[in-house]
Write a protein that binds this ligand. Sequence first.
Ligand SMILES: Cc1ncc(COP(=O)(O)O)c(C=O)c1O
Length: 386
Amino acid sequence: MSIYLDHAATTPMAPVAVAAMVNQLSKIGNPSSLHTQGRAARKDLEGARELIASAVGSLAKEIIFTGSGTESNNTAVKGLFWKGRDTGRRVIVISAIEHHAVLDPSRWLGEEEGAEVIELGVNSDGAVNLEELQNLLSARGDEIALISVMSANNETGVIQPVGDIVKMAGPYGVAVHCDGVQSFGKIPLSFADLGLTALTLSAHKIGGPLGIGALVLRAGLDIPALLHGGGQERDIRSGTLNAPAIVAFAAATKECVDTFAARNERVRQLRDHFINEILLRIPDAFVNGLAAERLPGIVNVTFPGTESDTLLLLLDAKGISCSTGSACTAGVQRPSHVLMAMGHSQTSARSSLRFSFGATTTEDEITQALEILPGVIEGARLANLR
Ligand SMILES: Cc1ncc(COP(=O)(O)O)c(C=O)c1O
């Protein structure tokens, strides 16, 4: 038995994406070559670019393909900081709950490149504190090189007020980057409507392949590159373009757009049923960010009196795949910085699990998970007492 409840980590590839990728893999042609095969590959690739651009409300020329969401975040944070530093802006503002692909490059810039990194706090429901940002902008707006706040958090699913942040940053001429990896395809997300400077996407969270991402970067804006070479992608991301992964990314995007409302509503209903039953069947369990607006497919639950890494293994042994949501380095589980920022103690942060649902999640999987979970939690609590 296999019950995959870890769609926020990665999704199964959509069959249309697999078909598009396999089809492209059987063709030759470097999209930068001028001959017939190269031009054919370029045509496929530009079609994919148009499609992704229209799904995210940007111009095609604003899409820069990268190797991952992590690369897009690094390119945006470092590039916008270096650009801002040229005009005397050295402050990077991020939220305390960003993914490590934003946190770590920011902290690296702080340690190595003279940035001052300010982390905005969140309330107990996990939403960024706008008052803190407004005070910061009023006091030091002309020192800020960029603000980077995610569209929705990968551990709790809590949606962040990115539109408000862009409006607040506008008068101070501050660039705003948004990590949209978890929200793309799950909630409406428009680059133009939000007025963002840069937006990160990743294919494997929406049924596309691993190892392909995009940075949507405002047309005409030039930022320093991380990779130098053949000058592809506006000279911001050199490297021969991965046409098979890109057309598969586009195929997954198209399916996401075509099924958007029905799929997300179905996932939301499964999630709400899951939450209601967990709260009924498991004493003392609570859902993190319950009062906040959240993505349809992510639930983060604390089970006091347990340890999440033990729970993960126990559930895995019963065929349920979920996650702690936090980074795991060399087998050592760190308590989630996201839950800690929301006010959890280390112990309580270490008693939490993320369940995430997607297009392929079935009612049957949820029913079975709900039958298995209470016993596993009870067993883990008893073992903890011994
Ligand atoms: C919010 C967020 N940002 C960035 C990433 C990194 O994306 P990728 O796996 O494509 O490097 C992830 C992946 O877990 C994520 O959830």
